[in-house]
Design a protein around this ligand. Structure first.
Ligand SMILES: [Zn+2]
Length: 673
């Protein structure tokens, strides 16, 4: 017997509601209704089903569910009596009662009018949820109503998924005219990725992503092939032309294809890519990602400026329908998928810290008046405009737009990005504009549908589907080392000590995009070629003239370095008595202060050294001349060069060089060179 809804059964068989009650429970399904219909009086008191997304979480209550009474009064029916409310709506009445009221309720419910005490056997958890409806094939689209509702769940909310089919009784709330739903069962609805099945026909069509086997497997060939895919999709989908915009599209394709988790050094690490695209407005960066998302029908879009009422991460509403509610933001709600975050420079710095923790842990934890957590394994594509300049052209080096001193990110938040790509008005040569092709009427080998399947294939790859070909991990370490040498600087910490993890993530994304796989098409196999592609990609992005990260990193590296000769010169200038007729003891006190503090206000320097205004200004002038300090909001700040100097100076002071140990004959010559 196929399952049918109760309403259908009544219509089909002419059965009365009383007949219906006698039927075995499992054979009738409650009607599937839109969430908004729980307001309709005809459903009050009935069991229904509705598809919903949990958008937030309210208060949690622990109430007695089953208890025992044993009244000693004669004629009392509450003798050796056990009550179990199971899924009854009286549970809700208990939620907001005082302890005294709860005791009274349990006694009365057992039928006792005396002063007996009930013994609690089982407790139940009741959670208020903020829900909004999801699209359902069985509910007419035109009738959809997106208003959110507060519903009540018997139990603690599940965390692993956000789209559910809820089953429960519609209840008239005791207070107010509102109806609600007491949910007694939540069944996961499959996401687009979970519905994906790898059919042989699809595997065949995926061949178009693969680097042709006939071609020589050189890195050049692979690079040309990957760029060719981006060019083709530019013509057919994004229509934002130019070589650099094709590069941006390639980065977006890699972000879409990045697996959730990847293996590294025997441990699972984050596989989803975090990308930041920063640059001038009107350059098509937002249009590019929106068109790509629309074509494949995947991904979520939010803005750092408006991001609805919920913000990017979450918001705490003091009162929604008289309740306190934690509303999840765009980032956690995009769990398992991709979020494009426009205007991300408007996300406040304080929020980035929480954001960064959630991004690196894959879980958003909230410990406020409501405590909750939400899985947040999200491919992140941030779009931003420079905040201290009107255009990228005003920056000597484009990458300076994200320098923590003038950008919107602190170093630890910037560090979590795998790639930063700059976009500037002047990117396109006049030649590029001229070759902008006429609309292409030929059919693309990669249709939007196929691209969607390809992305879903990547999203469904688990850790056991990901493997390294021979020598690949070694190549990752090697390329990461080279990148670290070229771009490693603590001021813009994009490719520092953890560069190998970023290279590994990008290499897996390349392997997924190019369908590097086994015979069954289940595995993603990353090879040294993919690692070299990562090197190509990052150098194309970072050495581009709109970015010039290579040049800027070189300057920063030089500035922060301190050679032995620099050290001796600076020490002589600051501390040699007589050469400057200054009190070197005061200078030592002065240096001591910098040794232990990060930001030193001028007033502290005056107080600690007892130096006069002019004497202090002269010493500060010397530190500036040697590029040892910068002026910050909270005082003077040490440069990396000063840190290196102070380290050497304090070590030397603790262990003065023992000149008597030097060999007799090794004096003049070696010291004067
Ligand atoms: Zn009694």
């Amino acid at each position: 017997m196929s399952k049918i809804g109760a309403d259908d059964l009544i219509v089909a068989t002419g059965a009365s509601r009383a007949n219906l009650e006698t039927l075995p429970r499992g054979e009738i399904l409650p009607p599937l209704i839109p969430l908004v219909d729980i307001e309709r009086s005809e459903y009050v008191g009935r069991l229904v089903q509705t598809d919903l997304v949990i958008a937030g979480i309210g208060e949690t209550f622990h109430v007695p569910r089953a208890w025992k009474v044993d009244c000693r009064e004669p004629d009392c029916q509450a003798r050796q009596r056990t009550i179990d409310l199971r899924e009854r709506k009286e549970l809700l009445q208990l939620c907001r009662m005082s302890d005294d009221q709860v005791r009274g309720f349990m006694r009365r419910f057992s039928g006792c009018k005396h002063r007996t005490t009930a013994k609690i056997i089982t407790m139940a958890t009741i959670t208020e949820l903020l829900a909004f409806p999801v699209a359902s094939a069985t509910v007419d689209e035109s009738m959809r109503d997106y208003r959110e509702k507060i519903v009540v769940l018997l139990g603690a909310p599940l965390q692993s998924n956000i789209r559910y089919r809820a089953t429960g009784e519609v209840i008239a709330e005791p207070r107010g005219q509102r109806a609600s739903l007491l949910i007694t069962a939540l069944d996961r609805l499959q996401s687009a990725a979970e519905r994906f099945t790898l059919l042989p026909a699809v595997c065949d069509r995926f061949r178009v992503f693969q680097i042709p086997r006939s071609a020589s497997p050189s890195v050049d060939t692979a690079w040309d092939y990957a760029r060719g895919l981006a060019r083709d999709l530019t013509r057919h989908i994004t229509k934002i032309y130019g070589l650099h915009r094709e590069l941006l599209l390639l980065v977006a394709l890699l972000t879409f294809h990045s697996p959730a988790v990847i293996p590294w050094g025997g441990e699972p690490i984050k596989g989803v890519l975090d990308v930041l695209c920063i640059g001038d407005t009107g350059q098509g960066k937002t249009t590019l990602i929106r068109r790509l998302m629309a074509a494949v029908g995947l991904g979520h879009f939010a803005s750092g400026s408006t991001a609805s009422r919920a913000g990017v991460l979450y918001s705490l509403d003091s009162k929604v329908h008289d309740k306190r509610v934690l509303r999840w933001g765009a980032f956690p709600l995009a769990h398992g998928e991709l979020l494009a975050l426009d205007e991300s420079q408007n996300v406040p710095r304080e929020e980035w810290r929480e954001f960064t923790t959630a991004r690196s842990e894959g879980v958003l934890r909230v410990e406020r008046s409501i405590r909750a957590e939400h899985p947040s394994r999200v491919r992140l594509f941030c779009l931003a405009n420079p905040i201290t300049r009107h255009s990228m052209a005003e920056l000597q080096y484009g990458i300076m737009a994200i320098h923590p001193e003038q950008g919107f990110l602190d170093p630890q938040d910037l560090r979590r990005f795998d790639v930063v790509i700059c976009v500037a008005k002047g990117d396109q040569d006049i030649e590029d504009v001229k070759v902008t092709p006429l609309p292409d009427t030929t059919e693309s080998p990669v249709s939007p549908d196929l691209l969607r399947e390809s992305i879903l294939w990547a999203w469904t790859r688990q850790l056991n589907h990901l493997g390294y070909a021979q020598n690949t991990e070694r190549t990752i370490r090697k390329i990461a080392g080279v990148l670290n040498e070229l771009y490693g600087t603590p001021e813009i910490p994009l490719l520092i000590t953890d560069a190998h993890e970023k290279v590994a993530r990008l290499a897996f994304a390349f392997a997924a995009l190019l369908h590097s796989t086994d015979q069954t098409h289940q595995q993603i196999i990353v090879t040294p070629t993919h690692v070299w592609l990562v090197g190509r990609l990052l150098s194309a992005i970072y050495t581009h003239r709109n970015c010039a990260f290579d040049q800027y990193a070189r300057i920063l590296q030089q500035r922060s370095s301190l050679t032995d000769r620099d050290y001796e010169l600076i020490k002589a200038d600051l501390l040699t008595r007589g050469s400057n007729r200054e009190d070197s003891t005061a200078t030592e006190t002065f240096l001591d202060l910098f040794l232990t503090e990060d930001d030193v206000p001028r007033s502290d320097l005056e107080a600690a050294t007892g130096l006069g205004k002019d004497a202090l200004t002269r010493r500060i002038g010397k530190l500036r001349k040697h590029r040892l300090i910068l002026s910050g909001r909270r005082g003077y700040r040490k440069t990396a060069r000063f840190v290196a100097f102070l380290r050497q100076w304090s070590a030397e002071r603790a262990n003065p060089p023992n000149l008597s140990n030097l060999p007799e004959n090794d004096s003049e010559g070696s010291l004067s060179c």
